[in-house]
Design a protein around this ligand. Structure first.
Ligand code: 5GP
Length: 122
């Protein structure tokens, strides 16, 4: 399946500076910022600057430089937020089954409270 990127999504607008954000980290290819509706005391979204819809799209189409930058940025956010001790959860929702709301790849980093089991039964 070929993904089609919609550049009117909210994170594209954040990347263009049309909507403000609370930036945690910015690198050459990656932006990390706080979720507007935090689900935990720490709730950071990490996004690539490139036009990727979801994780598999990024993993298939992004350059090695983008992939390395994105992965290192996740590590740097975890270090900045002091998550090595308390632990955290990394989530990336994709498509309908994953209940992805914003069609620009983002990884959620969640911590600061016990997060419960990974999934609840439907
Ligand atoms: P998804 O359900 O797509 O995995 O998660 C989308 C996330 O984006 C949600 O946690 C939601 O709170 C967050 N979000 C939606 N709009 C905005 C916004 O304008 N700014 C920020 N910082 N987060 C947003």
């Amino acid at each position: 399946m070929a993904y089609t990127y919609d550049d009117q999504n909210i994170f594209a607008k954040i990347l263009r500076g049309e909507i403000p954000n609370q930036t945690v980290l910015e690198t050459e290819h990656t932006l990390a910022f706080r979720d507007i509706y935090p689900q935990a005391p720490v709730h950071v979204l990490v996004i690539p600057k490139g036009p990727y819809v979801c994780y598999d799209h990024f993993a298939q189409a992004a350059s090695e430089a983008e992939i390395v930058d994105f992965t290192r940025a996740i590590g740097q956010v975890c270090a900045q937020e002091g998550l090595e001790g308390p632990g955290f959860r990394l989530i990336s929702n994709a498509g309908e089954a994953g209940v992805q709301e914003v069609p620009h790849l983002h990884v959620h980093i969640l911590s600061g409270r016990p997060l419960g089991r990974m999934l609840q039964k439907a």
